[in-house]
Design a binder for this molecule. Sequence first.
Ligand SMILES: [Zn+2]
Length: 280
Amino acid sequence: MKTKIVFSEKCLGYGTWHVEGPQRVKLAHEILRENGYEFLEPAPAEEDDLMRVHDVDYLWNLRKGLVEDSDTPAYDNIFEIARLSAGGALLAAQTCGFSLMRPPGHHAGVFGAALGVCTRGFCYLNNIAIAVKASGKKTLILDIDGHHGNGTQEIFQGDPKVHYVSVHRHPHYPGTGFNTEGNCVNFSLPADCGERRYLETLDQAVNAIERQRFEVVAVSAGFDTYSGDLASLGLTEKSYFEIGKRIAMLKRKTFFVLEGGYIGEKVGRSIDQLIKGFES
Ligand SMILES: [Zn+2]
């Protein structure tokens, strides 16, 4: 296996009572270690990296613990942990790896909650956006989390260097992403639609991409599409193998950043299948 996993145990130190809790990543890490993956340790993202994506006042308030909503608590020290998670995405981009870090990021917009949504959906800093902006490269962001990445869409709406493609469940949280808007192309699917319909839609999404326009593919890798998870589309482990094969067909430098997926052992096995499909 060539794809390395970016991980730090420091991301396990908060939120044991929350659905976005440490077990989801801890169990995934154990499974990937047992499967023989190599690991890389990230460093926190620099201030400049954060400021290319987020508003200065939002960052100041986040650092001071002043931003909280019903999904997204102001944990002690969360700013530093979120910076490390963003650093995981930066390292994954540099090494074509997979960042297995939390908190996730794709609901965090420029000012926090994005596109008129009331909460940040467990997200503090938009990790994948921070990595894409830092690279400065023409990038396709493929968001396979079961929720629409409203933060990522807000950040890159109208950006000539970036194309955002999302396949997600609708109607569902955050309620955005029903329509395609310019460089942000959205495909919505009903709850528990199943693997066949999902893959047909993903094929449609991938076939519409002019891949010669992009140097890099950045994957917002969420696994809450797994059957029974928070945004279930009725997928199973072998669905992620198929998804990985389709991402490889884009034939570009590719990196992956963990978003959702709340059943730890399923997240671990799904990541393994996604990477095996991608490398097959
Ligand atoms: Zn999600």
